[in-house]
Design a protein around this ligand. Structure first.
Ligand code: KPL
Length: 311
């Protein structure tokens, strides 16, 4: 099985380090720049565990411009939502009609992009609560082990492809990953969206780690955000309750207490954030259903202001 990871940010480096011992030469990392590919080929990925232990994992990387044609059997697409439409030609070039393509973006927005890959029927969404912090172009620190779910998208009762199940089993059995196939992936996507709607903008605005949000001063905003998310989710036919989501956000804050959320990391690096696909998705879907979402809208605007200040 030839496996590739498209994107070498924190998620790409984390899964690259994890899969390298399992797939060796059959694992390819596709980077945005030639410099990063050269660095990864020269020095490998340096993985720092939660206890501070460091391991160097050799790796085979190329710049995504040099994606080999039609050779990838299983592709993990780990670029941000903001880059997804730009990498569609790379995905198309590297895969074949039986390829398994898994999208790992936060928020909502994949749908239109996946629909454009008309002759690639085996597309999946993934939801993960794994935490990692990129400390350099080839350095990744694991900051919390979480759970990863994968499900066919568009959702279907059809069984997943045997190759996908084989890959999941390898990760479970040989790397001890908490990873599973889930037919109700949209529920998970919404659960994660709710988590991101609360944690990402608040940590980015106040410059705090995820765990800090558990303190009482953030609770009022947290509740208002979540109430809007639940209204919109229910109208979209996703039966999530406020109590369940509140519990979920709390548990992710605890599990990833030491993390800098991806939105805070983007703001600190002066990058464009995914807020339009997170709180912005709630605002857009709210408009569709004529539900007011002033709290999420305010956060979208504040994060955009923050992005501009950091440029
Ligand atoms: O997904 C995340 C992110 O930072 O984008 C969470 C779950 C909040 C972990 O940091």
């Amino acid at each position: 099985m030839r496996v590739a990871i498209l994107g070498s940010g924190s998620l790409g480096l984390l899964w690259g380090a994890r899969m390298q011992p399992l797939f060796g030469e059959n694992l390819l990392l596709l980077t945005r720049t030639k410099d990063q590919a050269e660095l990864l080929n020269r020095e490998g990925i340096r993985f720092i565990g939660q206890g501070g232990e460091t391991e160097q994992r050799a790796c085979h990387a190329v710049c995504s411009d040099e994606m080999p044609e039609g050779k990838i059997d299983l592709l993990l697409v780990m670029v941000k939502q903001t880059h997804l439409s730009a990498v569609l030609p790379v995905i198309q070039k590297g895969t074949h009609p039986e390829s398994q393509i898994i999208f790992w973006q936060n928020g909502l927005g994949h749908q239109e992009n996946i629909a454009r890959l008309t002759d690639r029927p085996w597309t999946y969404l993934s939801v993960t609560t794994e935490g990692a912090l990129r400390e350099g172009d080839n350095v990744i620190r694991g900051t919390g082990r979480g759970e990863t779910s994968i499900g066919l998208y568009p959702p279907s009762e059809e069984k997943p492809h045997p190759l996908l199940l084989r890959w999941i089993n390898i990760l479970k059995e040989q790397a001890g990953c908490n990873i599973l196939y889930d037919r109700q992936i949209l529920h998970k996507i919404w659960g994660k969206l709710a988590v991101n709607c609360v944690i990402n903008p608040l940590t980015a605005l106040y410059g705090v780690k995820n765990g800090a949000l558990l303190s009482p001063e953030y609770q009022a905003e947290w509740k208002e955000i979540l109430h809007e998310v639940v209204l919109v989710a229910n109208r979209e036919g996703i039966p999530l309750s406020y109590a369940d989501l509140d519990e979920k956000v709390k548990s992710v804050c605890k599990q990833t207490a030491g993390n800098f959320s991806s939105m805070l990391q983007d703001v600190m690096r002066g990058n464009k954030t995914e807020v339009d696909f997170i709180n912005g998705a709630i605002v857009r879907l709210g408009r569709k259903h004529r539900i007011d979402t002033p709290v999420n809208l305010r956060l979208v605007n504040l994060i955009h202001e923050k992005e501009e200040q950091m440029l």
